[in-house]
Design a protein around this ligand. Sequence first.
Ligand SMILES: C[S@@+](CC[C@H](N)C(=O)[O-])C[C@H]1O[C@@H](n2cnc3c(N)ncnc32)[C@H](O)[C@@H]1O
Length: 205
Amino acid sequence: MNRQRQHWDEVYTAKSPTEVSWYQPHLELSLAFIERVAPSRSAAVVDIGGGTSTLADDLILRGYTDISVLDISQLAIQEKKRGLGLPAEQIKWLVGDVCEFEIAASRYDVWHDRAVFHFLTLPGQRASYVTKAAVSVKKKGHLIVSTFGPEGPMRCSGLETARYDTAALEAEFGSSFRLADSQMEWHTTPSAKEQQFLYCLFQRV
Ligand SMILES: C[S@@+](CC[C@H](N)C(=O)[O-])C[C@H]1O[C@@H](n2cnc3c(N)ncnc32)[C@H](O)[C@@H]1O
């Protein structure tokens, strides 16, 4: 089994969805960005590395009808489907590594990633990620990427992480995407630690 996939499967075996450090009851900032750039409920939204997050639940509740969740961990997807129950049938579930996945071209109005990109510590992985995003986001569609900010942790879940300020994240996505907005957020983990996150909103050019 792929080492990364095994790592994430182990994380999701060891901890429940509300115990993981990145758990938030609702991804309020993400939801606000999504509703701002894609108010139509038929907009196609993909959550990259969605794991067991509550974003899919909240998008269903808000009436979105074309939601996809991609994650490298089969276990995370299974756990999320089980937790959602019947509404899980409304979601397209994709299992794979975002850097390698055969993602559909010009398919999505919104690409959302909270806390995945900062695990890509090799330039080649980041380049593949940006290519996948550029291929699958429609022209004028949007990308919401949330990473650890400059004061964020250097490791998460036993893995090294990169930290970004707005200019550094813009430099990663700048050739295919135009920066439209950015915001910092202090996230309180379930064990009451504070973690700085940067959210950047980009538009596909
Ligand atoms: C820190 S968690 C964040 C989960 C979720 N986005 C949230 O905010 O609650 C990172 C997630 O990304 C997934 N992941 C890590 N590397 C990935 C990759 N290369 N491709 C797809 N998913 C990945 C993990 O399995 C995990 O679910």
